[in-house]
Write a new protein. Structure first.
Length: 174
């Protein structure tokens, strides 16, 4: 009987110890900062468009419209983070080819070090092409979230219909 009481007492002490540590861990939280993406529907809208894309080397000037649909405009893909945020990643997709919505028809002509500009909230963000990739076309593109601001442009590869053209641009350091 005495032994059973000692075991019960020991169990109670262990439970109190665990609860105490659990409570301290709750009160002394380790905070991990996680960068959450902005949802497309919460992006600010200015009149019909809220940003512009310009790529001088391929003579592209286009607005980013509130009607965020690749079948009508250049589409901002989730989980884009607009360029006014630190370490932003803006991902833009558009059709290539020869239709009237083929905004990225000349994207395959971009070369390393070419420049793209995003005009957003009365600021100009300048990016330089640092990588050109052809990824398998499977409905996804693979990008790496680096500790830099970047612009990702993607469209169907016109040379290989099984590939997706992915252009990675890094923000100029000013």
């Amino acid at each position: 009987m005495k032994r059973k009481r000692n075991v019960n007492l020991l169990i109670c002490v262990i439970i109190l110890f665990l609860f105490s540590n659990f409570k301290n861990n709750i009160n002394n939280k380790i905070i991990i900062n996680v960068k959450l993406p902005e949802m497309n529907h919460s992006m600010p809208i200015y009149d019909d468009f809220f940003a512009k894309l310009e790529i001088p080397s391929i003579k592209l000037k286009s607005s980013l419209y509130k009607n965020n649909n690749v079948n009508k405009n250049i589409e901002i893909l989730f989980p884009s983070i607009m360029p006014d945020k630190p370490n932003s990643t803006l991902i833009l997709a558009a059709h290539s080819g020869n239709s009237n919505v083929s905004y990225f028809k000349n994207l395959d002509k971009l070369k390393l070090n070419d420049i793209a500009k995003i005009y957003y909230k009365n600021n100009t963000y300048i990016y330089k092409v640092i990588n050109i990739e052809r990824q398998n076309k499977n409905g996804y593109i693979t990008i790496f979230n680096k500790d830099i601001s970047q612009l990702i442009l993607t469209t169907c590869d016109q040379k290989d219909k099984n590939k997706q053209l992915v252009i990675i641009l890094e923000a100029n350091k000013s």
